[in-house]
Design a protein around this ligand. Structure first.
Ligand code: NAP
Ligand code: FE
Length: 365
């Protein structure tokens, strides 16, 4: 067995009403909280209100920044950090999907480190940050248990994971915030979680422990498959999707993501394709690159598919893919992606430019 390390410092608190029922957690975090969230959903699904109730119960002040967009850029994150500095906040609470949760991490770093360009700070050597609490309201990114924060870089026409590695101190998991999550977001984010499970399992960075946990995560995900296809989500399934997503976050925090993620960032940047859908579009062609492979067979077996064609059909059935691509798009994406040597190394053999071109053309044309 190969040597490995395993580090997961986030305390997970799971269950209905877990925020208000565990409000004492906030007591040790500081006197003033900074709530980071998106424009609308946290107000509608009750998560923002639960956090405010818990903070008020403990006598903790708070301020809110509720302008995080999908696929947040550094400009928005910097604007939020400036407000946090002037408000002298002690800790940061991210509420929402991956976009606000990732932003909360980057903001927690920029509040303590504000000399110089925000991009240089976020992509520079590891720095101190304010404590972070995360409250997911989608079940997909697993950002609540990963140290990653993905930001949009307009100059580079793509998205990228910042160099700072920031784990939340606490993650509150309450599936009641997802009860009215629209079908499209539910399925796209579920496929993001599935892609984390698969990419971690297949990555050269996986290890004995992470592979066993991935198999557990795939088993939990399997129970959700008929509900994703029928687009009906009873509460127990919402909870399972959330657990699968958090497990997947724990896994990519060990292994990182792999080829579908970094090729998918181009689709999101260029055509606005939701993150999970972008990964799902590329998944079958990525797995085909492994050829005959026991782990690929295991994935199909656990999920209840006879082969990769059935896995591909499942993705097409649950994702509502409308976008069309041209060969020029594919050449441009392949050129931009081929530079990412760290991600290419997560594949067990050297990938050529043509391999990348092939994944894109099989998936998009
Ligand atoms: P998102 O961009 O956070 O949110 C997508 C949409 O869902 C927004 O319009 C949001 O509305 C809405 N929404 C969120 N929760 C809702 C709810 N409970 N009910 C109704 N609508 C809701 O989507 P995401 O897929 O969760 O996150 C994607 C981001 O995470 C990408 O930037 C991706 O790169 C990143 N990511 C990070 C990691 C990591 O390890 N850190 C891993 C994978 C992906 P509002 O704007 O109004 O809130
Ligand atoms: Fe992802």
């Amino acid at each position: 067995m190969k040597n490995f390390t395993y580090f997961m410092p986030t305390k997970i608190i799971f269950g209905k009403n877990c925020i208000v029922d565990n409000s004492s957690v906030f007591k040790d975090m500081g006197k003033k909280a900074y709530i980071i969230t998106g424009k609308h959903s946290a107000k509608l699904n009750g998560s923002e209100n639960d956090v405010k109730t818990a903070l008020e119960k403990e006598g903790i002040e708070y301020v809110i920044f509720d302008k995080i967009e999908e696929n947040p850029d550094i400009e928005t994150i910097f604007a939020a950090a400036k407000k946090g500095i002037s408000e002298k906040v002690d800790f940061v609470i991210g509420i929402g999907g991956g976009s606000p949760m990732d932003s909360a991490k980057a903001i927690s770093c920029l509040i303590l480190n504000n000399e110089g360009e925000p991009k240089d700070i976020l992509f520079g050597e590891q720095k101190k940050h304010l404590p972070v609490i995360e409250v997911p309201t989608t079940a997909g990114t697993g950002s609540e248990t990963t140290p990653f924060s993905i930001v949009t870089l307009h100059n580079e026409k793509t998205k990228s994971s910042i160099a700072q590695k920031i784990f939340a101190k606490y993650a509150f998991l309450d599936a009641k915030y997802m009860e009215n999550l629209p079908v499209g977001i539910t399925n796209n984010t579920a496929i993001d979680a599935l892609s984390h499970l698969i990419e971690s399992y297949m990555s050269t960075n996986s290890n004995f422990l992470s592979e066993k946990i991935a198999e557990v995560g795939l088993n939990v995900f399997k129970d959700c498959i008929p509900y994703l296809i029928n687009r009906q989500y009873p509460f127990e399934i919402r909870e399972k999707l959330l657990i699968a997503s958090t497990i997947a976050g724990i896994l990519i925090s060990q292994s990182g993501t792999s080829i579908p993620h970094f090729l998918g960032y181009q689709l999101t940047y260029d055509k606005g394709i939701p993150h999970g859908m972008a990964n799902g579009i590329l998944m079958k062609a990525y797995l085909e690159l492994f050829g005959e492979n026991k782990k690929v067979d295991n994935i199909c077996n656990i999920l209840g598919f006879n082969n990769l064609y059935e896995l591909g059909d499942f993705h097409n059935e649950v994702l509502d893919i409308k976008e069309k691509f041209t060969y020029d798009d594919i050449k441009a994406y392949s050129g931009r992606s081929f530079g990412n040597k760290a991600k290419l190394k997560t594949f067990p053999r050297n990938l050529s430019f043509n391999d990348i071109l092939n994944i894109y053309s099989k998936s998009l044309l």
